[in-house]
Design a protein around this ligand. Sequence first.
Ligand SMILES: [Zn+2]
Length: 423
Amino acid sequence: MDHQKLAAAKLWLISTPPPGAARRVDQPRDLPYLSQALYALIAVSDPDVEQMTCDEWWRVYINETWLDAATVPEIGAELAHVTWHLLADHAARARDQDVDRSTAKSWEQAADVTVSHTLAPDKLKPRRLPTAKKLRLPEARSAEEYFALISRLPPKAKDGEGDPGDLEPTDGCGSGADGLRRRNEYGPETDVGAVAKHEATEIRKQVAVEYKRHQTTRGGDPGDALRWVKQTLDPEVPWEPLLGGAVRRAVGWAAGRGDYTYTRPSRRSSSLPGVVLPGQHRPVPRVSIIIDTSYSVDDNLLARALGEVDGALMSLGVPGAQMTIYSVDAAVHTVEKVRRARDAKLVGAGGTDLRLGFRGVEAERPRPDIVICFTDGDTPWPSAPPPGAVVIAAILGRRGFSLPPTPQWATRVECLVDDRWAR
Ligand SMILES: [Zn+2]
């Protein structure tokens, strides 16, 4: 393969045009922010692709005949095109949209429209890439929005319907754009080389920082690329599944610990005369909840978080397990027994000292297996967890603000709401 020509195309993308040079159409594109991504690409010669495709492991499959005939700007434009598929993680996003063989084409169009939008201001858009205008779609939307819009259009005649299996090397831009493996592509484990998921994440962060800087000096409407920067540097992870997951893990831990009880005779006891074995049964975990009722805690957010805990317990078949709820600010106001966390009556205001709630928990008999605290985090904590209990600290706060630390012994889940005054 003509590696020199490929290197020249990468340099052409990132270099600054010589000062005083006339604004020629083929002058270097001055996009240094792309360099880390470009140099991570692994070139693979492949006569089966039309020009250039990419897979999820940052390999680019290049048709050498095309490479030999193409100009440096043409190769640069294709490199920028596939690089943006990889930076934008179109493969993982396609998977989130359940893109399959039958919808791959719509997704690729959707993804390509966003890439076109990003490349157009730098005159890098390969001619064959569709634009929003050409597809009569609104400008500067996300690939997901375009996918929804395109999918709603009447489907074209489907070829190969009902035939699963791999896509062809000539289908679209490669698995790097839609997460669907082509038959010419290597898997994750080969000696061809691969950019691992965590490496790709690092590259994306680096490029996002540099792209943001580039964009503030150049201006323009970055559309999906700006959303990409925001999402890459400050990912908005939905907290609900995290809190639900933490509760389910805690229950699993409490159940797996094997709680023995002598209340039910073991079925094996008859075979061992004279010996009473403990009967083992799935224990219903005992849950205690400490709620910070100071002013700074958002009531709506708290209600959603409590609902999430109820949902998680319900899904495990432990609904109606009796919970003890402590509503605490600078004093313990109420201690009540409820069957659903969201039934708690909350009293209080003012400063917080959750240690008071923990003191109540420590005195409980039988001891709780799981302690869940809901707080803005602005509180002193005890130095150790209650004996034998898993502690989940659900920190309720606003996105974009820094949140106080929690003790090492607690599983921290940040439950955040968007603050309309932030940013
Ligand atoms: Zn593409």
